[in-house]
Design a protein around this ligand. Structure first.
Ligand code: GDP
Length: 440
């Protein structure tokens, strides 16, 4: 995410290295680099200029007050300014209605349908919400199918009416259906077009007036850079939407949309999409994003993800098994699956401070566990629960079955033994906390 920008900002801060103090001259040089970094990230010229002017006046006003080195001070000021630029505080979604109606707007291909599903899934996991998805794209039958597929995947009901060609009527009927069937959130997915056009604007504005949503969310593809910002402006002029959803931040985006949208439409970014899967969605926190851009990682989000996957019941069972020396390969496998549920490896590693830079350009294999899983899947139930039965011939059979080598099987066994020992050791006292951390 934003690798180029991170790298260029890092370079800009280097200008101040070795300087004992911030001066008009050295700060001008650094900020020139910062501005260039922002422009290269596709931030618009005016925003970039205001950004550096603001940092400059703050930096010059602080030179005597701080014990920070100029380089550190500049990192802090740029971080604060980036946070401010992206909206300051995190913004929530209004779920106060019963049902709460959420309207999705955006161009075709921006990721509306995908995000509708992600949001429904996100809310459903909150347990108190029972969302309904409503398909209002009457132009593309495939769009209705797509929403049904998404709904099925996440176990959320979808309302559609293929006989009806009036999206306003469908949206209204969808809300009525939700009321009648106990859904407390309604997510209305609408038709987009390839570019902003009058008809689409009229239609979405008619739907908006008819269902009077609690939230209107504008979905935009972050890869489209400044176009994203212009589209946001057009939609906002008509809809006065409540928030922005930036999708495809996992791609090769330069970051311009994330950095400029707030200052142009003055609406917060509420969620970001980071992949095609239903769980690839994050609440947008400006300050955490600023940390990530500056290579400081995002430990808070990492821990939160771990907590989301933490299952108390499972942890208790595991605890017992370890105490009784019954920890086996099936448990090992389920641990791996929990880690995998937290997100892609690259995404997770990117949240660790400094890791982003160290890993730059490296191809992080999301299938890192594949070999291990294949080996475990090739074991018999007995071998999984009692690994001590694994002798030479069994190992050979497992290696063959999993397409690996005996050496790899041995390596996994060694890791497994070490892990079991460690877990056993941690069982007492403070170990419990560590276990919970590992349980993730
Ligand atoms: P819609 O026309 O606005 O409903 O857009 P879709 O939801 O159909 O998304 C268009 C394409 O973008 C699909 O192939 C999605 O899988 C993909 N997509 C959506 N969101 C993301 C995301 O956050 N990351 C990535 N990599 N792809 C996404």
């Amino acid at each position: 995410m934003f690798d180029n920008l991170s790298e260029k900002l890092d370079k800009a801060f280097h200008v101040l290295k070795g300087h004992g103090q911030i001066t008009e001259v050295n700060i001008a040089e650094t900020l020139k680099e910062v501005r260039r970094a922002l422009l290269d990230a596709d931030v618009n010229f005016k925003t970039a200029k205001e950004f550096t002017n603001s940092v400059k006046s703050k930096a010059l006003g602080q030179d005597v007050l701080t014990s920070l080195k100029p380089g550190q001070l500049m990192v802090k000021l740029v971080k604060d300014e980036l946070t401010e630029l992206m909206g300051g505080e995190a913004a929530g979604v209004d779920l106060s209605g019963n049902p709460s109606v959420i309207l999705m707007a955006g161009l075709q291909g921006s990721g509306k349908t995908t995000f509708s599903g992600k949001l429904a899934n996100f809310l459903k996991n909150k347990k108190t919400k029972n969302p309904l998805l409503v398909a209002c794209d009457v132009y593309r039958p495939a769009a209705i199918d797509q929403l049904h597929v998404v709904g099925e995947q996440i176990g959320v009901s979808v309302y559609s009416d293929r006989e009806n060609s009036d999206p306003v009527a469908i949206a209204k009927a969808g809300v009525d259906y939700a009321k009648a069937n106990g859904h407390n959130v309604v997510i209305v997915d609408t038709a987009g077009r390839l570019a902003v056009d009058e008809l689409m604007m009229k239609e979405i504005s008619n739907i908006h007036n008819a269902i009077n949503p609690n939230e209107t969310l504008f979905v935009v593809d972050s890869m489209t850079g400044q176009d994203a910002v212009n589209t946001a402006k057009s939609f906002n002029d008509v809809l006065d939407f409540d928030g922005v959803i930036l999708t495809k931040l996992d791609g090769d985006t330069r970051g311009g949309a994330a950095l400029s949208i707030k200052s142009v439409v003055n609406k917060p970014i509420k969620f970001i999409g980071t992949g095609e899967k239903m769980d690839a969605v994050d609440v947008f926190y400006p300050s955490r994003m600023a940390d990530r851009i500056l290579g400081m990682g995002d430990v808070v989000s990492l821990v939160e993800r771990a907590q989301e996957q933490y299952d108390e019941e499972e942890a208790r069972k595991l605890h017992k098994k370890i105490a009784k020396d019954q920890f086996g390969f099936d448990d090992f496998l389920s641990q791996i699956q929990q880690i995998k549920k937290m997100g892609s490896m690259k995404d997770l590693l990117g949240m660790i401070p400094g890791a982003g830079k160290a890993l730059k350009g490296m191809d992080i294999d999301d299938d890192a566990f594949k070999g291990i899983e294949a080996i475990i899947h090739s074991m018999t139930p007995e071998e999984r629960s009692t690994p001590s039965v694994l002798n030479g011939s069994r190992k050979k059979r497992i290696a063959k079955g999993s397409g690996t080598s005996v050496q790899e099987v041995n390596q996994l066994l060694k890791q497994f033994t070490q892990m079991s020992k460690m877990m056993k050791m941690m069982q007492g006292g403070g170990g419990r906390k560590m276990m919970q951390m590992m349980q993730g």
